[in-house]
Design a protein around this ligand. Sequence first.
Ligand code: HEC
Ligand code: HEC
Length: 291
Amino acid sequence: MWEKKPVLLLVLATCAILVGTIVTMVLPFLWVNTEADRIEGVTPYTALQQEGRDIYIRDGCNNCHTQTVRPLVPEVLRYGDYSKSGEFVYDRPFLWGSKRTGPDLARLGGKYPDAWHYKHMESPRSMVPKTNMPDYGWFSDNLLDPQMIQRKMETLGFPFTADEIKALQGKNEMDAMVAYLQKLGSDIAWRNTTKTEIVGELVNPYVAVDHDTMEPWEDLYQDNCSACHGEHMEGVIGPQLIGEDYEDEILFEIIYSGIADGGMPSFSSLGTDKVWKLVNYIKYYNQDEGH
Ligand code: HEC
Ligand code: HEC
């Protein structure tokens, strides 16, 4: 019936489209990037970090990695606090991505020490045997071009100093990448807001375990810990775990909660039983060195 009244149809159709445009485009533009949306502590990338970001884009890391934690319980438990729009104000372009062949990297900064990243980028399989992430060791062979980076910083309007540009001399693409990865998601103090809580009393459920019981627990150690603490607990990126006399509860706490800012991740996701198994495995290994 409306199609017989062209003027009315035109007016109604225009209204429908206008309402749609206002709701989906105009209002979000008013909400996003306003002063209220700014987050204190979110800073622009340094010259070194920005270059790492450009290499990240050049090599298509975003084809396998997202950079946004959605506000869903499983995501927050796995990755940390969900992403806020104000965290992306210096991302040009943003790298939210849509495909997670590898894990999300939005909360990566500070999760591992620098040395972990150098080793992992050089050879992901030396740390995570089954990963399909390619090796990027060749990043270390490519020196940075400070003049080029300075021009990029000027174009983006990010602050930089002459000393900062000078310091890029002799640095390579690997250095830039690691600097960038350590910046990701570390501008807001989310780690303090999602502290893991240990529920219940800490009592070691495994007493006087023997060698045979312990044997299968070795895989837990090799899969989760050996990349940083060494195949024989001799220490690599993290300290050695042999020759130490740990108390059960302290060892449990370290493994379960991690050491924030120390580069030791939390393993609460393994669940308390597996963490207790690790506690006992490490203690047993210490009593029985050379096994
Ligand atoms: C073919 C897909 C693929 C590509 C391309 C890829 N990755 Fe990965 N990445 C993975 C997978 C799978 C993992 C998980 C296993 C592991 O740690 O290697 C991973 C893990 C990681 C981790 C560790 C994350 C964590 O929280 O433990 C970092 C950091 C990382 N990748 C950075 C990069 C960077 C930087 C690039 C680009 C230079 C890149 N990846 C390219 C698949 C990929
Ligand atoms: C990403 C690397 C990494 C992984 C993986 C890792 N650790 Fe650590 N760990 C560290 C670092 C780095 C430290 C030192 C932190 C500090 O003291 O500030 C540390 C410290 C420790 C300590 C305290 C050592 C001491 O004597 O002070 C224990 C115990 C420990 N880790 C156990 C484990 C266990 C068990 C696992 C596996 C479930 C594990 N770690 C996995 C990096 C790692």
